[in-house]
Ligand binder design. Structure first.
Ligand SMILES: Nc1nc2c(ncn2[C@@H]2O[C@H](COP(=O)(O)OP(=O)(O)OP(=O)(O)O)[C@@H](O)[C@H]2O)c(=O)[nH]1
Length: 324
């Protein structure tokens, strides 16, 4: 059975089919269509074809480094296995993309078995941190977990109110400080509250100032230090939120965070708002971190755990037209 059929079969058994398909609609239309257009002038895996394929990969924001590796492998495999038909090359392309993502390794969740799991949300302003914190809360609530929120973005006017409003809607407690106050103090209060209430998760929404790397580092380090003092092993997760629509620029900004603090996973938001869904590969390769969750829309339940098979199927479905 070819990889298309395998993906289709696996996808049929997944829970989030509609969300994945609609969230990746723009990317699918663009990527699959462009790949299929390559069939029009296809005469074999030659220099011209590989150049055109490279352009399609770059247009999908896969990133130059990853795109070059993909091209190299597709070329080698096509030669070794004497692939001649366009469909065979398409299958080979998907196979290589899947392998490249998987080879980068997986990363286990870090769950605190002895008390609240502390998650810090970091990332630049506007990347979707606050909304994602709310969506994550909803996801954990669906798993019957008890969540406490900490509005540790005391820097941006309105951020505390924004999170508090979500907390109200979702009916979870939200520990707040005053605007301009010390975010670490908010986190300490929140840790104590979460322990007292025997919460399963404490999610801290932090500020995303990037103007000064040294300050950002100092602030993040302080936050990590104080939560570690309150709860063993905290923070258990530090998730970096990246806006998919910002492309390579978003990845460069993300790199600044990686240089300042130990991040354990990526949350990629607004994937529904871009046709360049290949950014998942660039992130995996350039940042060396797994994508944990993806944002596929503005509704509270549009944050889904990242699943490679669902993602690949939803990105490439148009290429399968002639397959069952
Ligand atoms: N379409 C879409 N919109 C999203 C997604 N995630 C977040 N947004 C929107 O992005 C905008 C910014 O989100 P916020 O959560 O306010 O961003 P933020 O990072 O908290 O911003 P700061 O508080 O300034 O750091 C909001 O309008 C959200 O509704 C997503 O997955 N898809």
């Amino acid at each position: 059975m070819g990889i298309f059929s395998k993906l289709k079969q696996a996808f049929a058994g997944k829970d989030d089919q509609d969300r994945y398909l609609s969230g990746l609609d723009k990317s699918r239309r663009s990527f699959s269509q462009r790949i299929r257009n390559l069939a029009l002038n296809f005469t074999g895996v030659n220099e011209e074809f590989l150049e055109e394929l490279m352009i399609v990969l770059l247009e999908a924001d896969i990133g130059i480094r990853t795109a070059e590796k993909i091209i190299e492998r597709v070329e080698t495999r096509a030669m070794d296995e004497k692939l001649k038909k366009f469909d065979e090359i398409s299958e080979c392309l998907i196979e290589v993309m899947a392998e490249m993502y998987e080879e980068a390794g997986t990363c286990d969740d870090h769950v605190n078995e002895n008390g609240p799991t502390v998650v810090l949300m970091v990332g630049v302003n506007g990347s979707g941190k606050t909304t994602t914190t709310a969506k994550l809360t909803k996801l954990y609530q669906e798993q019957r977990k008890k969540v406490v929120l900490a509005a540790a973005d005391t820097f941006r006017a309105g951020a505390v109110d924004q999170l508090a409003m979500w907390a109200d809607r979702l009916n979870v407690p939200c520990i707040k400080g005053r605007e301009g106050g010390d975010p670490s103090a908010v986190l300490v209060d929140a840790c104590r509250y979460a322990l007292e209430e025997k919460a399963d998760y404490l999610i801290g929404d932090t500020a995303g100032r990037l103007q000064n790397k040294a300050n950002l580092m100092k602030e993040l380090e302080k936050m990590k230090r104080v939560v570690g003092r309150e709860i063993d092993g905290a923070p258990h997760e530090v998730w970096l939120v990246i806006d998919a629509t910002t492309g390579q620029n978003g990845i460069s900004q993300a790199q600044v965070f990686l240089e300042t603090t130990a991040v354990t996973g990526i949350i990629l938001t607004k994937l529904d708002g871009t046709a360049k869904g290949g950014i998942v590969f660039a992130i995996r390769d350039q940042l060396g971190l797994p994508v944990k969750f993806i944002g596929l829309g503005e509704h509270p339940d549009d944050l889904r755990p990242f699943d490679l098979q669902s993602y690949l199927y939803s990105l490439c479905e148009g290429m399968l037209e002639d397959h069952d």
